[in-house]
Design a protein around this ligand. Structure first.
Ligand SMILES: CC(C)(COP(=O)(O)OP(=O)(O)OC[C@H]1O[C@@H](n2cnc3c(N)ncnc32)[C@H](O)[C@@H]1OP(=O)(O)O)[C@@H](O)C(=O)NCCC(=O)NCCS
Length: 403
């Protein structure tokens, strides 16, 4: 590879250059001054790595400080990796690989147990040790047929965005990290995605409450429909952020969004795979699943700490061998039992690459399924079945936060 110098960026001019490289890699123009003012706070010191060819910045990666809920109730330090981009005239020369190497090392030394990201393409990140650990579904609900079965029981009220923000953040923080896969949002997330979002004027917030006070919210916007050559394009209510603390709040908020007037369809992007929306509707076919896609790409940065943090189901112990090209200190064997996991000198029952363990870690995919696809070889079937039971979870893991 041509000489590339990878280093931590330190000042605002460098952050802005990195942001421009990132936007350029996604075919967007540089952020105008006003937008940059909203964004710059999300560049925290020490968390952006740049790749230089001479004096020119040709690539960048960043991470936000976060935390991940894992099965069993623990929450582990997590880096939310984002804004990954290499200038088009420098791709496929190892720039991302060099930045990944530096970033993974820095995250490990900084105490992050895991890193997660959202991928632009499915073929980039496995080589760096990331596996798909949660998925989401995108649903389109035809309002007329939906007719929710249950009435709104609590109170749902619209709150102006600025007034709603502290309320919404407090509610979110009560719920996430909570369910396995959910994460903490950093201040810049709220700023860029909500408070100073480009859509800010169009965002509406409904907050619901029951006997014990506020217990859920939905942030949404409405895309007006039209008639084109006699064909109606329906008005669509787009659910952007939806969190409910209990089943009543959940049904109330869906009931509310499905009763807003002059709306033909409700669309929600990024919902849990096991959300029982169909069961709420009078006509379950009103709910159309438009997409099921990868959400969290998870990288175990400290395999020992990650395995020790999660809870396990009841099954015979297994010894899992791990290979990791980028962080060799993770390599070795780990004994996983119903009461916990730790390093061992025993021979592994089977050996997996760290991306495969990342995919299985939150329970979204079983070891048996991964074995069927040739993601790892060896291992007596009974050991693989035990691993399935040890890592199984009751709820679909889900993050619910896009970054
Ligand atoms: C994705 C991106 C950052 C990769 O950067 P890069 O410097 O070209 O990556 P590298 O040269 O280090 O590639 C390492 C390996 O990954 C492969 N790879 C990289 N990007 C890939 C892609 N988009 N699709 C398939 N393979 C890819 C390379 O072929 C190479 O494989 P090899 O080791 O077998 O030779 C760059 O293409 C880019 O900026 N894309 C547009 C923006 C984007 O998608 N960003 C990611 C946001 S999540």
């Amino acid at each position: 590879m041509t000489d590339i110098d990878v280093r931590v960026l330190t000042d605002e001019a460098q952050y802005r250059a990195a942001h421009t490289v990132f936007r350029g890699s996604l075919h967007h123009a540089p952020a105008p001054d006003e937008r940059w003012e909203a964004i710059k706070g999300s560049y925290e010191p020490g968390r952006t790595i740049g790749a230089y060819a001479g004096d020119e910045l040709v690539g960048g990666v960043q991470s936000f400080p976060s935390a991940l809920a894992v099965p069993g109730g623990a929450v582990v330090p997590m880096a939310a990796v984002s804004r990954v981009g290499v200038r088009a005239d420098w791709t496929r020369r190892g720039v991302l690989t060099a930045m990944q190497r530096a970033q993974l090392r820095a995250l490990r030394e900084g105490g992050d147990v895991v890193a997660t990201l959202r991928a632009s393409e499915g073929s980039i990140y496995e080589r760096f040790g990331y596996g798909v650990a949660t998925r989401y579904r995108e649903v389109r609900i035809r309002k007329r047929e939906a007719a929710p079965r249950v009435p709104i029981v609590g109170r749902v009220r619209l709150v102006p965005l600025d007034e709603a923000l502290p309320l919404v953040r407090e509610l979110f923080e009560r719920l996430s990290p909570g369910r396995p896969g959910t994460i903490a949002r950093w201040p810049g997330w709220w700023d860029v995605s909500v408070a100073r979002s480009e859509d800010k004027d169009r965002l509406r917030v409904a907050v619901c409450s029951g006997e014990d006070g506020d217990d859920g919210y939905v942030v949404y916007k409405v895309e007006r429909g039209s008639w084109e050559r006699g064909v109606e394009k329906p008005t669509v209510l787009e659910v952007q952020d939806f969190w409910a603390a209990n089943p009543r709040a959940w049904a109330d908020l869906w009931g509310f969004t499905l009763r807003v007037d002059l709306v033909g369809e409700v669309v929600a992007f990024g919902r849990p795979l096991d959300e029982p929306l169909e069961w709420l509707m009078t006509d379950r076919r009103a709910v159309v699943v438009e997409d099921v896609a990868d959400e969290t790409w998870l990288r175990l940065v400290d395999v020992e700490a990650a395995l020790a943090a999660r809870g396990y189901g009841v099954a015979e112990p297994v010894v899992v061998g791990v290979r990791d090209r980028f962080l060799p200190e993770n390599e070795g064997a780990y004994r996983v039992t119903a009461s916990g996991a730790s390093r061992t000198n025993s021979e592994p029952d089977f050996v997996v690459d760290v991306d495969v363990l990342g995919a299985a870690y939150l329970g979204d995919v079983s070891f048996s399924a991964l074995a069927m696809t040739g993601r790892f070889s060896g291992g007596p079937p009974e050991a693989v079945r035990s691993a399935d039971k040890l890592f199984a979870v009751a709820e679909s893991p889900w993050s619910g936060t896009f970054f």
